[in-house]
Design a protein around this ligand. Structure first.
Ligand SMILES: NC(=O)c1ccc[n+]([C@@H]2O[C@H](COP(=O)([O-])OP(=O)(O)OC[C@H]3O[C@@H](n4cnc5c(N)ncnc54)[C@H](OP(=O)(O)O)[C@@H]3O)[C@@H](O)[C@H]2O)c1
Length: 260
């Protein structure tokens, strides 16, 4: 592998919109325009899929990623004000605090963003451990946010309220549209969803996926893991390519929602 490194680590090849043998993913993702739609924040999602559309092996997405995907994962996190993630993914992927790697701090400061994105966890059961690293090790200025519904268990809610900010959106289940609007009301302009697939299904249903960052890993995994977006009412939404990067046979697609 040629030694093509820069401030953020190895560079990648851009194939679209223009060919460029050496780009820094952090600069490419950081420079993209994300205009705030009327009444709500911009919403992007980041997911990794195998070449056959799988999203997990043995219940986890980790082995699909690899080193270039890690670099892009952090480049995308670096643009987020808040990371919206479902309780299921927090549990299966063992989420810790979302700390920004040092190299990305100057760009966040230059964009007027807090050093670290907040984590907003969507959960109805509130089956989340308040003593886990995610809560205990998050810096005080980036306390996690719990997004739940009115009927959630009051005892669990009180336990989590000691270590997180709790917002209520929806009666029986979380209404994701309402949740995203409330996050906008808290001042977050860019919401990144890291899934899982069932959360993205609800966001797609509400036509909130402005940008889909999709890593395609050069592996076939078979099995019955969910597609990147799962459930919801089948309806075609059109996207255009924002960019396409590649490294080590992995593709990094950035799709932008085309409305009207
Ligand atoms: N390939 C990738 O990039 C990627 C990314 C993320 C995840 N994954 C994989 O995807 C799988 C998990 O995805 P999944 O689709 O099964 O589950 P998921 O979307 O991660 O989580 C579902 C859970 O989120 C909470 N939730 C979602 N919508 C809710 C709502 N409207 N109201 C209240 N709670 C809500 C519930 O949690 P409570 O039970 O706490 O109420 C629900 O059980 C794992 O295997 C993970 O490894 C892959």
């Amino acid at each position: 592998v040629a030694c093509r490194a820069g401030r953020y680590g190895p560079t990648m090849r851009m194939l679209l919109p223009t060919a460029n043998a050496d780009v820094q993913p952090a600069e490419v993702y950081g420079a993209a325009a994300r205009p705030r739609p009327e009444g709500r924040p911009w919403l992007l999602a980041n997911m990794v899929a195998s070449a056959d559309g799988g999203t997990a092996v043995d219940g986890k997405s980790g082995s699909l990623g690899g080193e270039p995907d890690r670099a892009v994962f952090f480049a995308i996190r670096a643009v987020a004000d808040v990371i919206l993630v479902a309780g299921g993914t927090v549990r299966t992927e063992g989420y810790g605090p979302a700390l920004t790697p040092e190299a990305h701090l100057p760009a966040r400061a230059a964009r007027g963003q807090a050093p670290h994105p907040r984590l907003a966890i969507v959960s109805g059961s509130l089956d989340l451990d308040p003593t886990s690293r995610l809560f205990v090790e998050s810096p005080p200025e980036s306390r996690p946010i719990i997004v739940t519904s009115a009927t959630a268990d009051a005892g669990r809610r009180a336990d989590l309220a000691a270590v997180a900010d709790v917002i209520e959106a929806g009666a029986e289940r979380v209404d994701v549209g309402e949740a995203v609007r409330q996050l906008g009301g808290l001042g977050f302009g860019i919401v990144l969803s890291e899934g899982g697939p069932s959360l993205l299904g609800q966001l797609a249903d509400a036509d909130l996926l402005d940008e889909l960052c999709l890593t395609v890993a050069p592996v076939v995994v078979a099995g019955d893991s969910r597609r990147v977006v799962h459930g919801g009412v089948p309806e075609q939404h059109d996207y255009a390519i924002g960019h396409l990067l590649t490294e080590d046979d992995v593709l990094f697609l950035r799709y932008i929602r085309q409305r009207g």
